[in-house]
Design a protein around this ligand. Structure first.
Ligand code: ATP
Ligand code: MG
Length: 393
């Protein structure tokens, strides 16, 4: 069956009081952008609800996939629209709707009519009883259960009549653009795209930074990060990806600092560069994919020492308390997993020590970093001046 309309359900936005329209508008904007390639649609807000109306042919799977990437949406209901406000018309459409949607009729239902249009003569109680009887007549296998029905059959009588019962789950969260902007440290791994997704899900717009180390890391490794940014961008909207050539900085650290501290010192430089760029581009936070205890640089002691390098912005680590499997589950759900596991090298793994410190002391790290004085500044500035920007959408 072709549906001309979808009713969009949202939950948390409804608690936003006077600001509610700001959230609704942000969500509508994302919906319009994501639906555009799939046909001619109109997204409207009416009666405290959001509707999508189709004015062209479309592919149902494409539309559901697109709407399924929009934060704020908790449910997508394909709606059958009845133009004529006549009982017989409504009854006929309802029978057709149920027949199409539920090939197997062994379920219980409850009618849930709402009459917002008082010009329609039957009240909602009467409509519940009459339409329920129509359905039972048409499909004797059905049963009514007013306490715990398998399915609620909704009929809303407004200027036209809306019939719907199926609710396809959306991703939840808050519309992107309603909660500032964050700079995600995006690597080619599993964790950081998940972290980016989780923060975007709370309404935060994303920008990204990737530290590349050619020729130690390949063009394919870089392309993989671009691909991951594009996958995340389906949810978050366009991502400005900053690609920093980190090779010279990394070699300077390698040449001047103890090798068991390399990862820690390198991460501290990551944070400093990310923070500088974040402040320039008006981000309010840095985002990483770190999770306690996952690797040596993610012990609480290591995280403390690394964290102190970002002294002007908070670092958000949404994966911090998740097990690897839990992170993998999310990456599979959002479609980044298959790309993340492609086996290309990362600058962190290329220069990793055999026995990295797991309990770095801040004083020792600062002492090691002092050895870089006079050697790092120019390389740091040159890396920051030569950032390659890729817009991922
Ligand atoms: P991921 O799966 O996200 O790569 P990981 O388990 O490999 O994480 P690390 O390599 O220790 O862990 O990296 C921790 C975090 O540091 C990453 O989640 C990411 O946010 C950031 N990071 C690591 N390498 C890079 C890089 N080359 N460019 C940008 N950010 C990076
Ligand atoms: Mg990694």
């Amino acid at each position: 069956m072709d549906y001309k309309m979808f009713l969009i359900k949202y939950a948390e936005i409804g608690t936003k009081g006077k600001n509610r329209y700001v959230f609704e508008e942000a969500m509508c904007k994302r919906m319009r952008a994501r639906l555009k390639p799939h046909g001619s649609f109109e997204v409207t807000r009416a009666y405290g609800r959001i509707y999508v109306e189709a004015f062209s042919e479309y592919d149902m799977d494409d539309v559901l996939e697109a709407l399924g990437t929009i934060f704020g949406i908790v449910g997508i209901c394909p709606v059958k629209v009845v133009e004529k406000l006549e009982f017989d018309e409504i009854a006929r459409a309802l029978v057709e709707y149920v027949d199409n949607e539920y090939p197997n009729k062994n379920f219980s239902f409850k009618m849930n009519c709402r009459r917002n249009n008082k010009a329609f003569l039957k009240g909602s109680m009467e409509m519940n009883a009459d339409l329920g009887a129509v359905l039972l007549d048409a499909f004797p296998e059905l049963s009514v259960d007013v306490h715990k029905p398998d399915i609620f059959v909704n009929v809303e009588i407004r200027d036209v009549v809306y019939i719907y019962s199926k609710i396809i789950p959306g991703p939840g969260g808050l519309p992107v653009g309603t909660n500032g902007k964050g700079m995600v440290l995006l690597s080619g791994g599993i964790d950081s795209p998940v972290a980016a997704y989780m923060i975007a899900k709370r309404g935060v717009e994303l920008e990204a930074i990737y530290f590349n180390a050619p020729p130690y890391t390949s063009e394919r490794a870089k392309q993989k990060v671009i691909d991951l940014a594009k996958l995340v961008a389906r949810y978050s909207g366009p991502i400005k990806l900053n690609i920093v050539n980190f090779t010279d900085v990394q070699l300077a650290i390698y040449d001047n600092c103890p090798h068991d501290e390399l990862t820690i010192i390198m991460k501290r430089v990551f944070y400093r560069m990310a923070q500088e760029l974040a402040l320039k581009d008006e981000c309010q936070c840095i985002i990483t994919g770190e999770s306690i205890g996952q690797v040596s640089s993610q012990t609480t002691q290591s995280l403390m020492v690394i964290d102190l390098a970002a002294d002007k912005l908070p670092v958000m680590r949404p994966c911090i308390g998740l097990d690897k499997q839990e992170i993998i589950d999310i990456s599979q759900k959002i479609g980044t997993f298959e790309t993340s596991i492609l086996p290309y090298e990362d600058c962190c793994t290329t220069f990793v020590a055999k026995h990295p410190v797991t309990r770095p002391k801040l004083e020792a790290i600062l002492e090691s970093e002092a050895k870089l004085e006079g050697k790092l500044e120019e390389l740091y500035a040159s890396a920051m001046d030569n950032i390659e920007v890729v817009y991922c959408r």
